[in-house]
Design a binder for this molecule. Sequence first.
Ligand code: ADP
Ligand code: MG
Length: 569
Amino acid sequence: MSSEAQSQNLTDGFHLVIDALKLNGINTIYGVPGIPITDLGRYMQAAGMRVLAFRHEQHAGYAASIAGFLTQKPGVCLTVSAPGFLNGLTALAHATTNCFPMILISGSSEREVVDLQQGDYEEMDQLAVAKSVCKAAFRVLHAQDIGIAIARAIRAASSGRPGGVYLDLPAKLFSQVMDEAKGKASLVKVLDPAPKQLPAPESIDRAMALLKGAKKPLIILGKGAAYAQADADIRALVEKSGIPYLPMSMAKGLLPDNHPLSAGAARSLVLKDADVVMLIGARLNWLLSHGKGKTWGAAGTQKFIQVDIEPREMDSNIEIAAPVVGDIGSVVAQMLSRIGSDWPKPTAWAQGVKSKVDDNVAKMAPRLKNNNNPMDYHGALGALKEIIKDKPETILVNEGANTLDFARSIIDIYQPRKRIDVGTWGIMGIGMGYSVAAAVETGQQVLTVCGDSAFGFSGMEIETVCRYKLPVCIVVFNNNGIYRGTDTNPGGTDPAWTTFVKDSHYDMMATAFGGVGVRVTSPDELTRAVKAAFASRQPTLINAIIDEKAGTESGRIGNLNPQSVVKKA
Ligand code: ADP
Ligand code: MG
């Protein structure tokens, strides 16, 4: 600031952005520096904010998105203009799709030049581009509007169904000055950013009547239920009603996976046989076969109750007999108050489900104990299952194809929000961004289990993990390729396009940056390496050698691959 500015007590765009964020309790920023936001990051650090710099904006964005999920406060990602903005945009779209509160703040180039398309440095109409993938998008042209813009961004991201918000800050804004006192007065502290939304009493009546009359009821918990942080009431609802429940992958741990009412290992049975299904913060999208088809009972034989904050979610795929629109905390509390001593627990059904679960768990158990070398998925994940059982406060990050599908069903989770994964899109690349944010936001040990292909999308961020010395232990399931490492090229000498360099030393990527790198070939070695990482809390990458023949095409969603009817290679 110039001496003139100081003597007149002026503030500027940089400091107004910082003051507005801090006023609203946002003290952590994920981003990548560059024109025009480099100084903004410096001033943020000077103001005591935590500013975590990544190597690529997409991973800073994924970090911000999952910070939003874990904390209910919008995670903020800060990027440069055009290309940096676009790199961050994937994560913003991901946040919107997954209903995570996030704000992408990008610097942008000179408005007048951009709008006349005269070819500015990193020219792009970022606001227009962002709009189609986010919940709301705002641009600020005047320093005196920064306070209100940040307030709007926070409220838009957090309220109702959470999602991604874009905030466009042109370069010129940062050096605009205004009187310091007026600047301070222009800031807005958002009161009640995610107000409760009470359900209509008749919607609760309708839902409870349906649930009470059910012979084979089922509760499906989704990541909206995990996000809502109504953990004790959700658990009480399941236990007092005696209704079996199925957790979607990020809802695992709301109740411990070994809970007697968990239907996790009897998924096929309960989806087919339940007569009334209550969805709590879960959408009937592709992950639940849209509520119809051969996964489910015969059409028309099952009735659905859906609890969601977003009214338009109702009837999105099939008819919802009892829509309950409201926030999960309020809805579940009201439902609980209706479950008295006369509640008819569906005991026979619950016992039937439990015996199916027990059968399946018993069948799986010996495979998880194998100490094969090289490892298969069951042996390796059996070892990691025991690690999490011992240290249930660990946050598990999981991505890949086979590595994702097997880990989801094999590794039990015991506490809420301890499993974060690829989410609604089933994307690859969340690994390092999620790991950094999980460690930074919670201080917990993180265990990241990813396929070698999935790891490659964000692998360079191992430097970020090492730079901030985070307690992140990454286990790369190295099977030399995508799905399997055994493919050959039917038409030439190049490697098959699903394969990687054989026996790649991923562990050396950690040692290159001062972290710990270990190569393991058996479940026993894997166990020892993870335990050492947890004990030291050092950034660690374990290169876990998996039999290259062990995987299947696309894991459990191979059916989504189109098939050629003309010729099969
Ligand atoms: P999953 O993939 O685990 O099934 P989804 O992402 O499909 O979960 O669904 C989450 C749902 O939760 C969304 O429809 C979203 O609107 C809803 N949701 C998120 N937060 C809340 C909340 N606090 N109260 C009610 N519904 C919520
Ligand atoms: Mg692989």
